[in-house]
Design a protein around this ligand. Sequence first.
Ligand SMILES: [Zn+2]
Length: 406
Amino acid sequence: MKIIIDAGHGGTETGAVAFGMKEKDLNLIFADLLAKKLQGLGIEVDRSLINDNQYDSTRLTDIIKKSGAALCISCHNNSFNGSARGFEVIHSIHSNGNLARYIADEVKKTGFPVRRTFSRRSTNPQTPDSDYYFIIRLTYPQVETIIVEFGFLDNSEDFKILTNPTWRDRLTNAVALGVKKYIPSDKKPKTPIMGNSILKPNQLKAALKDINPKANTSIVDLYYDIARDYGVKADIAFFQAMHETNWLKFTGVVKPEQNNFAGLGATGGTNSGESFPSVEVGVEAHIQHLYAYASTSPLPQGTVLYDTRFNLVQRGSARNWEDLNGKWAVPGVGYGESIVALQEMVSGKYPDTGEPPVHWAKACNDELLNSGFLNSDHTDTLDDYATEGMVICMINKLRKELMKDG
Ligand SMILES: [Zn+2]
């Protein structure tokens, strides 16, 4: 996990100027100190933008995107009317704002006033659904970029603090601590994608039924049946699907009729990605895509390749769920961790009740479904009451079938 630090402005472009101080000089000092604090916390830092050079927006954001960093922190100082003061963080409209909040919380502890954390949407009709500030807009989604405005250099109180070495130390230290809190710890062991499930299907079904009562829980059995053939952990694969589809509520760009449970090919913006002809095929394509990342073995014998993006994956390049960060999801900070965390959540909240016995009418349901007498699967509603109308229609259907044979 690498972070690139940018010292805002440079060269002839000085940024704000007040009390004889150029913003670019102050930014450079803060950027350098922040890099040292982050390194002190064991975080890898790219220093290639900590200098007094001037770049145009394309060049600057290209350097950030090509750095391989997951986060970029652009260091600035504000100016307004001389009376505004305090610390600000600007984050992407696509971000949940956690990084900005963690940083602001740490800065508050120093006693320095925090003005706000915020995001700002582009007002240009050519770039709707994007950020106002170019450094955030042009680095999305490869890098999660924030702009840190340490203080207002045209405010006399802030100016005193911003030019005081002890305070600079405190402020950069606070920012580094907030960043540290946000990024996943490398010390925690990673969770392999291949292997056996820890949880039982009934636990996953209980969670799904509770969180989305409208969902058909038979998808859980599909995950277990199909993932077993590939040696992929069914429970966590299912949680990835729940993470991607918001527990089958499909609140994102992917729609339920696509049978795309893991955002395959949905690379951002309004691109809704792949579609599959059935739930079964959609689940199998998902498992195959995981298998492409986590294994270098050929597909199991007798399987059909449904994942159209299988060959785009560098085989074996992500053995663990946490390794999918920045690969399956960009920028993807904490993506794998949040999926694995669902396993812990469900394990605690929905204990194993043992597999429910198969319903006495389940075999009849399946036979009628296969023979076309039933139009839809009633496995989940076998104990529901049927109306007289339903019974009459069924008897009539039966009568017609019998007449045909006679
Ligand atoms: Zn600036």
